[in-house]
Structures are given as structure tokens and as C-alpha cells.
Write a protein that binds this ligand. Structure first.
Ligand code: NAG
Ligand code: NAG
Ligand code: NAG
Ligand code: NAG
Ligand code: ZN
Length: 878
């Protein structure tokens, strides 16, 4: 037996292989966490050319998120950000004009402050939804060579200035605003630079209200029709390299391949398009209304802080802004240079992602891209080659396939059993949450390996080389098969199939002396790349999914309210912790994990049952120990907080005030928390245990968050009444009221037409919900052709406090023409902590929030981020 094919025992073999198996993930992690040095200076000391300055970018982000603060659409701060942005744009323009004057360069900067109103349909989470907006704004800067020809075809860059309800939005999306401003500076200050194609910088001022700003630009701006491609800059996190997660044309992917540090895979693209992630960006509006292709790019690491109070500059990792800035700048330079594909990208709906047919992925410092047609040929050739190479093992394939399939099943089941036990039996669900993606991987990866190997104890003894061949055939056939359906993620299977093929080829030709033998080195060779790419895919995927489970995954069990126990809208307490978050995370890790270590299965057949049994016992012990350790962990901590949703709701119809509390995750302990809050802050009149309410389309309490509200398990607590309180919302001049104007009933035609007018002084983000058979309205041209429930949400500029809806409805059979409207709005001055500075003006809601927030902070030790909103609601028949 030669050194080339050692037949060592299990321990010695593992020891020999361990360097390879440690190095591969380490290289991947190093790559994943690499960020450039942040720059402070505006010019590069060596080249004397202008450069992206992280310090400057973060300076803008800090001003927006801290000096101005929570820029929720419709608030005073939102209006301040609008004014600030106009100033910045004008300053950029002045700099541009100075440069032109000094150098005579072909360069022009133009500035628009667009203001307008509109409506659009915005379906989300399977719900039909409409938006109406009044007087919202966008700030637009166009940089061109000053000629008509140069402005005919333009590249659009988009970021949003506003922030969402509970967040100062430093990463989301002030950092991108800063990056776009800094790109303008660098481009204008670069000697000799002149764009062959114009670049339009859209500082969009209403994204979080459901993409009204990008809708306004796309449908109404005078230069919108010149846009040929879009690059959208977003954030759902605060660390790491920004991810290209949506690309919709080959030309744009090609352009992206020129950035200094690309980070994007077709896999991310496929996941996003599958819709499992509940996020959506302005990109959707550009696709829908401008019909142009583009790139959607976002900072995604550590999304624990996404839409939280802690989305602050101090929590943005050093180098993030530098990286995103340099990549963005490179894209702009490439796409505005002569020879750019921009003029060829005419609006054409076939650009939409469904039709993009290229595979792309970054692997170490290389960025690979090839067409689907090429992929089919290569993957087909590899499959064919594998068939030929493994022909001697064809006969035993039945056993080999059984072994491999059992392995996959075992590796899928075991971590899921661990998840179930942790969550259901031990009541320790989401124990990995605060530890982040590494904690989740550390819990479920050993269980995955355990399941894969243990399963092999139950299948007939199979020849090692046969199983090795089966793995190869399975990987290559899967790659080819999936690619036939034009799913680019097939590349994952190709990337692991290829090295296994090469390993087997070398194995047969060089490494072994006897037929039917697998050299130990073939494992090192065949497993290195899958482990590397597997880590490169698994780490960011788990990184994105783990924090999301606190908001987005919710099983239906909570809404199942048996009719019998449904008294007055109350259900029996549902069993807490009904979110399958543990299983979702376990499944992701097991699927990607077994794909990263495909050769574990043949390896299990290398040493005989006895050694395998020892290995399984060791892994089993490790898994149990793991569970014991995780049982002791707290789910949330200060940087991995629980999201709590709280409304102070004044009902102007009943004059009652209630506190509404909801959570979106299934972590244990929520019911007890609500009981404590009720005891502390409730009226004391409701003696019974607080009970969860039904959440459905008719629960209007949470319409401000509709349709996201479907994820909430809400409770309602009666608040004590202050006998001296006089509601401002029912006083004559300031009342929140719905009225019908131009009300005409046509009995003959059986229709009623009217304009619904909503007056909402001091209230923002109003929502109305009603049941009617609408024949016509000004929202769009195709209302549902039946009696149905409708939700219309409004978002407007500061102090724009009326909006209208034109309706023609079918009169019901019973002749009752009145329509019952539910309406709700947020008090512009009662949002905690956004309005802390003016808390005295926020009425009883702010008083309560101040106390409740500090009470929560103390009780929960800072592990909770509460969104506290003062709402005013009612019902009226119009
Ligand atoms: C849109 O693009 C497709 C594919 O590139 C092309 O066949 C078609 O003619 C284009 N349509 C228009 C209206 O330009
Ligand atoms: C509740 O009652 C309605 C009407 O009787 C019925 O359609 C529905 O299926 C019932 N729901 C459940 C959960 O039993
Ligand atoms: C306000 O009170 C009315 C009348 O009881 C009720 O129908 C409505 O659901 C309440 N509104 C909200 C948002 O709770
Ligand atoms: C929108 O702005 C225009 C012009 O400033 C103003 O006349 C109008 O009243 C505003 N609309 C609302 C709803 O406030
Ligand atoms: Zn955003």
C-alpha cells in the first residue's frame, strides 16, 4: 500500500484531513468578513484624486439619523430632512458650476424638488392594498455632460431619505443617501470626468410608507422616461459587504462584475424572487412603472437592528460605507462611460427578472457569469463525464442511492428533531437567537452530520466507492436537472459536483493502485471546494434568516379561534411559542450543511460499522451537550432584542382608551409580560387574565401596520380613564372625520357615487377599511367585481391633512346605502422614542409611553425594542 492511498483508521484519517476541512471554512469566513480600510480624507494622498470618504458618508448619515432623527413620512422631522436634502443638492450643484467655470468641462448638474400626489395598488403578503399619498417629495440631481444627447439615456441611482416608524434609519437608508452624495462629489471633482450618459440621483423621500416616493418619481417626474437602468441602494442590516440580491439583466450583471469587491450570487437572487423573505424595495416600483432592468443592493449583515431604535451610525461596522461607496462609484463610472450598455436597455418588459438567463456568483476574488444556455451544456457535459467515469459502479447504484438518500433524510430530520425538542419539549425555542448565525450553525450543524452518518447504520453495508459515485451522479444530475428548469441556483450543485468529479478522476488514474479503492486524498480534493462554497453560501443565508425570524415567521395557530370560544372578539389564549422559527432555521442549516459536506456519506462506509458507530456516538454526545448548553441561554439580549409593538389607542366612537400589545415572534414569556403590563398600567377593571385577540382583516386596531399586522399576536388592555381628559380629536376644527361630498344616489341604476373626504389634522398614516361592492374608484381601473373588504392607506407630507377617495358603489339589495368605515391614524406628536423631545405635546399617550418604556427597560434589562404609537381610531357610517 503506497503513501498515495493510505488505508488508515478513522482517527488518523480524520486527523490527516482536518487541516483541509478547517482551512476551507476559514478562508470562506475571511472572505465573507473582508472590508476595506475606511478613508477619512476626501482625496487620495498618493494619487491626489478624489476618493470615497467613509467619514463624510457617515457624517451625513449621522446628521440625518441623530440631528434630525426619526424621519417618519408625514412628521416634522421628515419635512426637515426634505429641506436639508434640498440644501445638499443645491450645494452639489454650486460645486459643479464652479468646476465647469474653472475647467470648462462638459458637465452639468441639475436639481429638482418634486412634489406630488398619487395613488397606487400595493399588494403585499397576499393582501390587496391601496396607497394614496398627498404632496410627498423627492429630491433629484441629474449629472450629465449638458447635451441633449447625453441626457437621452440615463442611469438611475436610488436611496431613501425617510426612515420607518420605530427607527432613526442610519443604515436604512441614510448611509446610502450619504454614499450617493459622496459619489456626486467624487465624480464632479475627478479631473476630466464627463458622463457619456446622464446619471440621475434620486433622493427619494417616502419608501417606508410603501414606496410612494419611487412611485411618484416613476409616474410623474419629467425625466423619468429617460431612465434605462436602475441601481437601488438599501439596507436591512449594519455590517458586512453589501449584497447584490436582485439583478434583472445580463448587461447589469456584467457591469457589476467590474466593481472592486463584488458580493452577489444567483442563489440570493433566487431566494429573494421566491418571496420567502418578506421584504420589498423601491426596485419594485421602477420595475413596474419604468419597466427598466437593474440591480438591487443592500447591506444585510446583522439585521437584528433593522427597523430598530439602534439603527445608529455607532452600530455600523467600519468599512461598510467605504465598500458600498467604492462599489457604487465603480458602477456609475462603468455605466456612464462611452460603450456602456445604457442606451441599449430600452424599456421592455422582457427585462423583468423572470427572463434574465445568466448564472452569476462571486468566488474568492473572481466573479463568474455565464448564460443559462452555457450552463446547460457544461452541466450536461459534467453529468455525461460522471456517467462514464462511474460506469463500473453502475451496477451497485441502487444501494448507493439508498445510502445517499437515507443520508439526506437523516441530516434533514435530526436537526429538526433537535429543534422540536428544544422548542416544544424543553420550551427553549430560539435559544440561538442572541448568539446570531454562528450560534444557530453551532447548534444544528453537528446534528446535521449526526443524522447523515447515523442513517448509514440503518442501510445495508455498501461499498465506499459505489457511494462516492452515487454522490457524484446525484450532484451532477441535480445540477443539470434544475438548470433545465432555468433555475440558476443549480450552480451550487455544479460547484460541488465538479471537484468530486475531478477527485474521482485523479483517484482512478493516479492515487490508487487497486480498482475500487478511494484514496484519502480524494476526500481532501473533492471536499475542499464544496466546503468553501458551502460556507460562503451558508453563512450569509443564515445571517439573513436568523434575525428575521423575530418578525416574519408566524404559524397560523394563533388566529385559529374556535367559534365556540370566541366571545366579544376574544379567543382563548393560544399556546405560546407557536412559531416554527426553530425548524425553519434548522432546515436551512441542514440543507445547506449537507450540501457543503457531500462526501460525509461515502466516508461513513470507509471504516466499517464499528468505527461508524463510535463516530455517531461521539456526535450524539456532542449534540446532547449542545442542547444542554443552549437550554441555559437567554433568547434576547441588548443587541439582539425582542420587537414589541404597542399602541395607545383612543377610540373616538366609544371614547375608550386601550393599550394594545403585540409580538411577532414565538419566543416564550410573552403572555406573562402582557399580564404584568396589564397589572401595572391597566385600569384594574378587567380582572381576568388578558386574552389574545383574533387577528384578521376585521381587526382594525392594527390597521396602521396592515398587512404586516397578520404576523402579530395582539392583546388589548383597558386603560384607566382620566375624568379631566378632553379629546382633541373630536373638537370641531381638529376632528378626525370622514364625510361624503357630492353624494348622489341613482336608484334606477342601483348605484351611489360620492367622494369620501378624510380630515385628519395632527394625524398621519391614516387607514380606512370598509366593505362594499365598488364599481368604480380613482385608485385604479379594476376594483374587485364583487362585495369585498378594502384597505386604503394614506401617507402625506407634513401638515397635508386631508385626502379624498372617489367612489361609485353598487347599492345593496336591502337598500341600506350607508357604508361602515373603520378609520385609524397615528398622532404625529405621539411616537416614542421619535418624539421624545416634544413629549409634552403628545397627550396621555406620550405620558404612558414614557413610563411604560422605562418600566420595560428595567424589567427586561434592555432586551426589548418597543415601537410605541399613539393612535386615534373610530368607526362611522358614511
Ligand atoms: C424586448 O426584448 C426582447 C428580447 O430582447 C425582444 O425580442 C423584443 O423585440 C423587445 N421588445 C421591444 C418592444 O423592444
Ligand atoms: C366559524 O363559523 C363559520 C360560520 O359558521 C364557519 O364558516 C367557520 O369555518 C368556523 N370557523 C371555525 C374555525 O370553526
Ligand atoms: C372603536 O369602537 C367601535 C365601536 O365599538 C368599534 O366597532 C371599533 O372596532 C373600534 N375601533 C378600533 C380601532 O378599535
Ligand atoms: C399640497 O400642496 C399644495 C401646494 O402647496 C396645497 O395647495 C395643497 O393644499 C396641499 N395638499 C394638502 C392635502 O395639504
Ligand atoms: Zn430601506
Amino acid at each position: 500500500m503506497s503513501l498515495l492511498s493510505p488505508k488508515w483508521g478513522l482517527g488518523r484519517s480524520l486527523l490527516a484531513l482536518s487541516p483541509f476541512f478547517l482551512v476551507a471554512p476559514l478562508i470562506a469566513l475571511k472572505q465573507h468578513h473582508s472590508l476595506p480600510e475606511p478613508e477619512t480624507a476626501l482625496t487620495n494622498a498618493r494619487t491626489n484624486l478624489p476618493q470615497i470618504s467613509e467619514a463624510r458618508v457617515l457624517g451625513y448619515a449621522k446628521y440625518l439619523s441623530e440631528n434630525i432623527g426619526y424621519r417618519t413620512v408625514g412628521t416634522y422631522e421628515h419635512a426637515q430632512a426634505d429641506a436639508w436634502m434640498v440644501e445638499q443638492a443645491e450645494e452639489a450643484k454650486r460645486n459643479c458650476e464652479r468646476v465647469v467655470k474653472e475647467t470648462g468641462r462638459k458637465l452639468q448638474c441639475e436639481v429638482w424638488r418634486q412634489q406630488g400626489s398619487g395613488t397606487h395598488r400595493f399588494d403585499m403578503m397576499g393582501k390587496r392594498l391601496y396607497k394614496s399619498y398627498q404632496n410627498l417629495t423627492n429630491i433629484v440631481v441629474r449629472v450629465s455632460d449638458g447635451t441633449d444627447a447625453g441626457k437621452e439615456h440615463a442611469l438611475l441611482l436610488n436611496s431613501h431619505l425617510d426612515s420607518t416608524l420605530p427607527s432613526p434609519g442610519a443604515a436604512d437608508d441614510a448611509i446610502s443617501v450619504g454614499i450617493m452624495l459622496d459619489c456626486i462629489r467624487v465624480l464632479v471633482d475627478t479631473p476630466g470626468w464627463s458622463p457619456a450618459y446622464a446619471v440621475i440621483f434620486l433622493f427619494n423621500h417616502a419608501e417606508e410608507s410603501l414606496q410612494d416616493g419611487s412611485h411618484l418619481f416613476s409616474t410623474q417626474h419629467p425625466i423619468a422616461h429617460t431612465v434605462r437602468a436602475v441601481i437601488n441602494l438599501e439596507a436591512a442590516g449594519t455590517t458586512g459587504r453589501e449584497l447584490l440580491f436582485q439583478a434583472t439583466s445580463e448587461e447589469m450583471v456584467e457591469a457589476y462584475s467590474h466593481v472592486p469587491r463584488p458580493f452577489g450570487t444567483i442563489f440570493a437572487n433566487d431566494i429573494f424572487n421566491s418571496g420567502v423573505l418578506l421584504s420589498d424595495t423601491d426596485f419594485r416600483q421602477f420595475e413596474e412603472y419604468l419597466d427598466v432592468p437593474g440591480l438591487d443592493i443592500a447591506i444585510v449583515g446583522n439585521s437584528y437592528l433593522y427597523h430598530m431604535r439602534k439603527d445608529l451610525v455607532e452600530n455600523i461596522e467600519a468599512g461598510v460605507a467605504q465598500n458600498m461607496g467604492e462599489n457604487t462609484l465603480a458602477l456609475i463610472r462603468h455605466l456612464t462611460a462611452p460603450g456602456s450598455p445604457i442606451p441599449t436597455l430600452v424599456a421592455n418588459s422582457s427585462h423583468k427578472h423572470k427572463h434574465m438567463r445568466v448564472v452569476y456568483f462571486g468566488l474568492m476574488s473572481h466573479f463568474f457569469m455565464y448564460r443559462f444556455s452555457t450552463a446547460k451544456v457544461i452541466y450536461g457535459a459534467l453529468l455525461l463525464g460522471s456517467l462514464v467515469l462511474t460506469r463500473s459502479a453502475w451496477r451497485g447504484q441502487r444501494r448507493g442511492v439508498v445510502a445517499v438518500m437515507s443520508g439526506l433524510l437523516g441530516s434533514l430530520l435530526t436537526p429538526n428533531i433537535v429543534a422540536l425538542v428544544m422548542h416544544r419539549v424543553l420550551g427553549k425555542g430560539m435559544s440561538w437567537f442572541a448568539g446570531g448565525h454562528f450560534a444557530a450553525i453551532a447548534l444544528y450543524a453537528p446534528a446535521t452530520l449526526l443524522g447523515g452518518l447515523a442513517s448509514q447504520l440503518f442501510v445495508p453495508t455498501t461499498d465506499e466507492k459505489t457511494v462516492f459515485s452515487s454522490i457524484l451522479l446525484l450532484q451532477t444530475a441535480t445540477a443539470f436537472g434544475i438548470q433545465l428548469f432555468n433555475v440558476g441556483s443549480a450552480a451550487m450543485f455544479f460547484i460541488s459536483g465538479l471537484p468530486i468529479f475531478v477527485a474521482l478522476l485523479i483517484n482512478n488514474a493516479v492515487l490508487t493502485t487497486r480498482k475500487g479503492e478511494i484514496s484519502l486524498w480524494s476526500y481532501a480534493l473533492g471536499q475542499f471546494l464544496p466546503l468553501l462554497t458551502g460556507t460562503l453560501i451558508m453563512v450569509p443565508t443564515v445571517e439573513v434568516f436568523v434575525p428575521l425570524v423575530s418578525t416574519s415567521f408566524k404559524s397560523q395557530t394563533n388566529y385559529l379561534c374556535e367559534n365556540g370560544s370566541n366571545i366579544d372578539g376574544l379567543c382563548r389564549p393560544a399556546d405560546s411559542g407557536d412559531v416554527p422559527a426553530d425548524n425553519i432555521v434548522a432546515t436551512i442549516i441542514s440543507v445547506l450543511g449537507s450540501q457543503a459536506v457531500p462526501l460525509a456519506i461515502p466516508f461513513a462506509h470507509r471504516f466499517g460499522r464499528k468505527s461508524l458507530r463510535t463516530l455517531v456516538l461521539l456526535l450524539g454526545a456532542a449534540t446532547l451537550m449542545n442542547m444542554a448548553i443552549y437550554m441555559r441561554k437567554d433568547v434576547f439580549d441588548e443587541m439582539h432584542q425582542k420587537r414589541l409593538f404597542v399602541l395607545h389607542l383612543e377610540n373616538v366612537t366609544t371614547h375608550e382608551q386601550h393599550l394594545h400589545i403585540a409580538s411577532a415572534d414565538g419566543a416564550p414569556g410573552f403572555h406573562e409580560l402582557v399580564r404584568d403590563i396589564s397589572n401595572e398600567f391597566g385600569s384594574g377593571l378587567t380582572t381576568a387574565e388578558p386574552a389574545p385577540l383574533i387577528m384578521n382583516d376585521y381587526n382594525s386596531d392594527w390597521d396602521s401596520l396592515y398587512p404586516f399586522s397578520a404576523f402579530l399576536s395582539p392583546y388589548k388592555i383597558e386603560l384607566p380613564r382620566d375624568p379631566d381628559y378632553i379629546s382633541p380629536w373630536t373638537a370641531r376644527e381638529t376632528s378626525f372625520i370622514l364625510t361624503a361630498v357630492n353624494d348622489v344616489t341613482d336608484l334606477e341604476a342601483g348605484t351611489r357615487s360620492f367622494t369620501l373626504q378624510v380630515n385628519h389634522p395632527g394625524l398621519i398614516w391614516t387607514v380606512i377599511a370598509f366593505d362594499a361592492h365598488v364599481l368604480k374608484w380613482n385608485l385604479d381601473n379594476n376594483p374587485p367585481t364583487e362585495y369585498a373588504r378594502h384597505h386604503v392607506k394614506e401617507a402625506s407630507f407634513y401638515k397635508a391633512d386631508t385626502w379624498t377617495l372617489d367612489l361609485v358603489v353598487k347599492l345593496p339589495e336591502d337598500g341600506n346605502r350607508g357604508i361602515l368605515f373603520n378609520f385609524i391614524g397615528l398622532q404625529e406628536k405621539a411616537m416614542w422614542p421619535g418624539k421624545m423631545a416634544v413629549k409634552a405635546e403628545g397627550g396621555p399617550a406620550m405620558k404612558l409611553f414614557e413610563n411604560l418604556d422605562s418600566w420595560l427597560e428595567e424589567k427586561m434589562g434592555g432586551t426589548m425594542d418597543a415601537l410605541l404609537l399613539g393612535c386615534v381610531a373610530g368607526t362611522t357610517v358614511v
